[in-house]
Design a protein around this ligand. Structure first.
Ligand code: SPV
Ligand code: MG
Length: 282
């Protein structure tokens, strides 16, 4: 898919129903049918959906069990958010498990210790891993793979942690040399300038390995603008859950206010449609 499309778009996954939306939704445009290419197994939305903080509190077995349920009813590729990847000795098993399950890629981020969500930036304590230790983790993961198909993408947190562009570029080179199949560069700025600068520097390596961007903060940037700068995968990391939560909260409040459900019905999926949403229910 990476070879034939200019840019791939992924959307957050937190249960099989969100997976089915990603699988099936499409819009007709003057350039033809447009759809999502795959699912992002977000640590933030998977944790949030289960009422847990995004600090690797959900263990790998719980995360994998959700993916397994998703894969029973969908077919599109999954990129799994593997957080820090955990201990190197444990990461090897995670890779084997994901690969066996049919997940396409895992992204590990170069942080160590208690992981906090990147979008907190420097508001919370977050520790970046050393280049040497993180390269060891990448190498161990690549060695653990049973086939050539699975991808391990290295995520750089230098811009998130205000360590600067030079640090980000240095790490990208080192991680690719250690065997990473691609790089994810993250930023929490509203302006995409630092992402664009990184893209330019990255293409100078001449490596041609996929580059991943997650435009949650710099959300004015378009897919075309990212593709023009050499981004290969764009991830909308949390948007399905962020849209579901206010809708559910509003329904709950409307019932409380009115002491009945008639007032919220207009905004809901009709009962007939929920019964027929999943094929085979009848
Ligand atoms: C996630 O979706 O869990 C991510 C992306 O890791 S972010 O929340 O921006 O760190
Ligand atoms: Mg995450």
């Amino acid at each position: 898919m990476l070879k034939v499309k200019p840019i791939l778009r992924f959307l957050d996954l937190h249960n099989p129903l969100s997976g089915l939306i990603i699988e099936k939704v499409s819009v007709d445009t003057p350039e033809g049918k447009r759809e999502f290419d795959g699912m992002w197994g977000s640590s933030l939305t998977d944790s949030t959906a289960r009422g847990k903080p995004d600090i690797e509190a959900l263990d790998v077995s719980a995360r994998v069990s959700m993916l397994n349920d998703v894969l029973e009813v969908t077919t599109k590729p999954i990129i799994y958010d593997a957080d820090t990847g955990g201990q190197i000795e444990h990461f090897k098993f995670t890779v084997r498990t994901l690969e066996r399950l049919g997940v396409s890629a895992a992204i590990i981020e170069d942080k160590t210790g208690l992981k906090k969500n990147s979008l907190f930036g420097t508001d919370v304590e977050q520790t970046q891993d050393s280049i040497e230790a993180f390269c060891q983790k990448i190498k161990a993961g690549k060695q653990a793979q049973a086939t050539d198909d699975f991808m391990i993408i290295a995520r750089i947190e230098s811009l998130i942690l205000d360590k600067g562009m030079e640090d980000a570029v240095k790490r990208a080179k080192a991680y690719l040399a250690a065997g990473a199949d691609g790089i994810m560069i993250h930023s929490r700025k509203k302006d995409p300038a630092e992402i664009f600068e990184f893209c330019e520097r990255y293409r100078e390596f001449g490596e041609n390995k996929p580059l991943v961007a997650v435009p949650t903060s710099f959300n004015m940037v378009t897919e075309d603008e990212l593709a023009d700068r050499g981004v290969n995968i764009v991830i909308y990391a949390n948007h399905l859950l962020r849209s579901a939560y206010p809708a559910m909260l509003n329904t709950a409040k409307t019932i409380l206010i009115n002491k009945r459900s008639a007032e919220c019905d207009e905004q809901l999926l009709p009962v007939k449609d929920i019964l027929e949403l999943i094929p085979g229910t009848k």
